[in-house]
Design a protein around this ligand. Structure first.
Ligand code: NAD
Length: 356
């Protein structure tokens, strides 16, 4: 089982080191090879996703990814910015299905900004389409407007688009995931305004007919954003497009107490996957040794489950994470009085110890 380890920038190196430590402690036959990605790759090779890194990712069974980005690269031409590496990996590996579970651990109920009764026992799964929509749609660019409210003024434009097969395949992923949970799917769109969303909804309904045992409902994205903080436990599987999913899944992260707790998996049709925390490179805390590594460690558990077929090992990691939270270990983002403050490394060590 070969894993491409791509720590990236900022806290990426710190949190991935802890996840690798946990994987090593499992004593499985895992071959891990590390490569540069993001800003550090641009600095070393002039590109955020060097050929060698892409080759390694393609050849591996799974990619363990940290995070990329730093404000110091903000002035670079877009194609050289660190974040382009993630888009490049998604595109080249065909990673169209993004899984973001949002689970509120009992011990962290108090760490969320929401009332405990709203989030206690929360366990929802956001499935986001990852390779289409306005983030990839062409044409895009800047030009001088020839019409609109201000002809002659500079304008920028992007294209939101989805094809039927793109929606069909993510719909199947959502319905199949729902079958393993409580058999409910909420499809989120903006069909009252957008053509893409109308097609999205139509296709969801059509594919849904092949899953009569799964209940499907629809929600407009603005309402979904509200319901996620009003009554998040109403959801089970939520499926949506690339941009809406980007925003809603970050919103959902706060339900769990901290974005540092939220893992993610991005899969292609042959279950090859990229596993990363839902957060970014957090330049504000990079190098301080205080980042929460649990989202990355939980992403490694998802990797074992989805791409490496090691369910038992995945469950061991998840149980170990629960245990360290029960033991009271907390990184700064989830710290509260009466708990034990842990550095990134101490948290990783505690998980390794709990595995035993
Ligand atoms: P961010 O997710 O990096 O940070 C948002 C806030 O959450 C910060 O206050 C940060 O300190 C905190 N935070 C994030 N992860 C944490 C962790 N593990 N433990 C404790 N606190 C944590 O988002 P941002 O500040 O908007 O972006 C920073 C950089 O990351 C940008 O360059 C952005 O483009 C990039 N980014 C990368 C990815 C990715 O690599 N997949 C995703 C999002 C943003």
């Amino acid at each position: 089982m070969k894993i491409a380890v791509l720590p990236g920038d900022g806290i990426g190196t710190e949190i991935v080191a802890e996840a690798v430590k946990v994987l090593n402690a499992l004593a499985l036959p895992l071959e891990m090879e590390t490569a540069l990605v993001g800003g550090v790759a641009y600095d070393a090779h002039g590109h955020p996703l060097p050929e060698a890194t892409l080759k390694l990712a393609k050849e591996a069974d799974a990619v363990l990814f940290g995070a990329v980005g730093d404000w110091k690269y903000d002035k670079l031409e877009r194609q050289f910015r660190p974040e382009q590496a993630i888009l490049g990996l998604r595109k080249n590996l065909g990673l169209f299905a993004n899984f973001r579970p949002a689970i509120c651990y009992e011990q962290l109920v108090g760490a969320s900004s929401l009332k405990p009764e709203l989030i206690a026992g929360l366990d929802i799964l956001i499935i986001r389409e990852l390779t289409g929509d306005i983030y990839f749609g062409q044409p895009r660019g800047r030009r001088i407007a020839t019409d609109g409210h201000f002809p002659g003024a500079e304008e920028a434009f992007d294209t939101m688009r989805y094809s039927r097969p793109e929606i069909e395949r993510i719909a199947h992923v959502a319905f199949q995931a729902a079958r393993k949970r409580s058999k409910r799917v909420t499809s989120v769109d903006k069909n009252n305004v957008l053509e893409t969303s109308q097609l999205w909804k139509d296709v969801m309904v059509e594919v849904g007919q092949q899953y009569p045992d799964v209940e499907l409902d629809h929600m407009l994205v603005d309402n979904a954003a509200m319901q996620l903080v009003k009554a998040p436990k109403k959801f089970d599987v939520l499926v949506t497009g690339n941009m809406f999913g980007d925003i809603l899944s970050d919103e959902a992260s706060m339900l769990t107490g901290s974005i540092g707790m939220l893992p993610s998996a991005s899969l292609n049709s042959s279950n090859q996957g990229l596993y990363e925390p839902s957060h970014g490179s957090a330049p504000d805390i990079a190098g301080k040794g205080i980042a929460n590594p649990l989202a990355t460690i939980l992403s490694a558990a998802m990797m074992l489950r989805f791409s490496l077929n090691q369910e038992a090992a995945a469950l061991r990691i998840e149980a170990a994470v629960k245990k360290v939270l029960e033991q009271g270990f907390r990184t700064a983002d989830i710290y509260s009085e009466g708990t034990t403050r842990a550095s990134t490394k101490e948290m990783g060590d505690a998980v390794v110890k709990a595995l035993a």
